[in-house]
Design a protein. Sequence first.
Length: 231
Amino acid sequence: MSVGILIDFDDTLVQTTLYFEMAREKYARYMVKLGFPLEEVLDVLDRADIENVHKYGGFLKECFPYAMAQTYDHFCNIKKIKASDDARRKVEDMGWWVFDQPPVLIPGVGEALEELSADYPLYLATKGDPSVQLERVTRSGLTPFFEKIYVLKEKTHREYAEIAGAHMLIPGSSWVVGNSIKSDINPGLKAGFNCIYIPNQYTWHHEMEEPLGGHHTLETISGVPSLVRGS
Ligand SMILES: [Mg+2]
């Protein structure tokens, strides 16, 4: 039995939600220019995005760009405007743009992983579209730091317990590190891990939740090696 560290990818190691926010803002500006109401546009967009996640059975890359096109159609319908193919393609492309952005490391990530991986096995636990996530992890250059990369459909205590079981980790001596209370900290606590929460200002609002119990909070990932070593 051994000690290991499970680490989240999006908004913990690389900036992700920042790009969704940029696309959302550009989309909102365009929709307002077409005469559609800002608040309602964003509200319908968010709901369409979530519905797509359910409809397609997971966080597939289509969900966000399709939600942009669906929201455009929705408001054309309401305002009795004829939807244009060009405009629909244009708004959908604003969504696809997010997936063309190279992953940008959050400051301090390289050094922290270098230090941690020298002493502990690291496991990447990310949620999302497998083809998208694997490519993004590869492009981030972080693959060599990890014993294994997990792209999970869900992040609940079950997945964390399975990873612990597969690598003979003792959860009570091992760690979960991430920016989401809902997907990282709470399932980690439920599976018996020590948890380190590193908030990211751009965390997706659907990832907000009340913490289930005691955990550590750090401002940046740079503090993780000394915290883990000191335990
Ligand atoms: Mg995350």
